[in-house]
Design a protein around this ligand. Sequence first.
Ligand code: GTP
Ligand code: MG
Length: 320
Amino acid sequence: MVEKEEKKLTIEDLPGVGEATAEKLRENGYDDIMNLAVASPKDLSELSGIAEGAAIKIIAAARKSADIGNFETGEQILQRRKDVMKLTTGSKNLDELLGGGFETQSITEFFGEFGSGKTQIMHQAAVNATMSEEQGGFDCDVLIIDSENTFRPERIIQMSKGKDLDPDVVLKRIHVARAYNSHHQILLAEKAGDLAKEFPIRLMIVDSLTSHFRSEYMGRGSLSERQQLLNRHMHDLLRFGTVNNAVIAVTNQVSARPDVFFGDPMAPIGGNIVGHTATFRVYLRKGKAGKRIARLIDSPYLPEGETVIQLSENGILDGV
Ligand code: GTP
Ligand code: MG
């Protein structure tokens, strides 16, 4: 396990931040030290009405206390990598494609069109995470941020039975939060750490990562704001994964790219921000009779490749 972080300082612990300043900062969304540490002085000053000089000092103090910009030795990173665990997807084919399954301390993204099986794969991951380590699980609790209202306990029951698990036990270990809009979704991810203090959460699912952002920030004018928020959100997720040695699994839709005339014109939402922060990206395409073709894209150390899985009443299986 990764050492639990945080002697949890609040923004009032920073030099130069009194009660009044803290209030102004909080009102404008700078509610913890990490948010301040990654803020730009100009934004901070404009948004919260603090002089730019003061903003620079507050940010510098936040960076110091948040350990931003600290170097780790290769040995430390190797040690952290040794804690990495793999969670089975339910399909041996898909596990192999991913180098053994969903990896902790990373974000794994499934993208594809409607009905391609993203939500099914997330339900299966939730069930599998509750299994013992010998069975490929983590014997852990699961957190699901459900932004599309597609979590179905009935599917969890079916999939649990498919694995000879007691559905009541599995359901008790899955904690679901509906996200009503993108800000709510961001907030839920930030608060996930609190739940992890109460329950051993080693899998966090966000289904879907991008749909609220996509519908709320339409048009070119709001694109950069959308990307900034998505970036912050993904880094919150990644931090949760690192601190808790947890798998982060997210889903993403595709949109047609008007600029592509040859090959596959479908591209995942979220552009470079999502692409660069997700460690593993899997593209799902529909095949015949519940078959789905999963393609690994852009992995840092695994070869690109394809495999076939089968959606069934019992859950995700190998395709043949
Ligand atoms: P969007 O969220 O709409 O973008 O789609 P998605 O990629 O999340 O699709 P989802 O995972 O909901 O997949 C739906 C597909 O799963 C259905 O079209 C079915 O093929 C399959 N499926 C869902 N439930 C069952 C089931 O109980 N039995 C079988 N055999 N297939 C199922
Ligand atoms: Mg879905």
